[in-house]
Structures are given as C-alpha cells and as structure tokens.
Design a protein around this ligand. Structure first.
Ligand code: ZN
Length: 97
C-alpha cells in the first residue's frame, strides 16, 4: 500500500514546502539554521569535534570556558584560539578568565 498524499505546508516563518510524512521540520529553516553555528564552521574538523564532544555548540557555552580549558580539549590546537576569540568578540562575549 502506498500513501503519497503530499501536502503543501507552511512553517511558522512562512516557508512553503511539501511533506508527505508527519515530520514537522521545515527544510528551509533547517538549512538556515546551519550558518548560525558559523563559529564552528571556521574551525578545523578536530577542533570542532573537540568542542562538540564537550557539549559546546554555541558561543554562549564557549564563553563559560577559559582559553586554558579549551586548549586542554583533545583535538583543539592553539591555531583555533584566535578564531574562537574573534567569534566571541563579534558577539560581545569573551573567554572566562
Ligand atoms: Zn521554514
């Protein structure tokens, strides 16, 4: 039995998209969400994994750590620190002292 009743849906932000499942996720919002993690995108893969591994996926979370603590993460290199510092500064944040 096939169920192919695709419906046009409109998400909370007004995007229209076709979905056949009950999945409420809007693909356009989904795509737009990625650049928000821009500070992770500028990092090397090991450094990014190091942060994600420690539950850091936002600058607010990053700001609760000191530079010293961040450097102790496995995979995090000193080259990533200036990028992180700049990303924090852009958002009015800084590393913990
Ligand atoms: Zn949307």
């Amino acid at each position: 039995m096939t169920t192919s009743n695709k419906t046009i849906r409109t998400c909370l932000r007004g995007h229209q998209y076709q979905k056949s499942s009950d999945c409420p996720t809007c693909p356009i919002c989904e795509q737009e969400r990625k650049p928000e993690q821009g500070f992770l995108a500028v990092l090397s893969a090991p450094a990014r994994r190091a942060l994600e591994h420690n539950g850091i996926t936002s600058l607010e979370q990053l700001a609760t750590y000191s530079e010293k603590e961040i450097l102790q993460f496995h995979g995090m290199g000193p080259a990533s620190l200036p990028k992180l510092r700049a990303a924090l500064q852009d958002n009015g944040l800084s590393f913990k002292n």
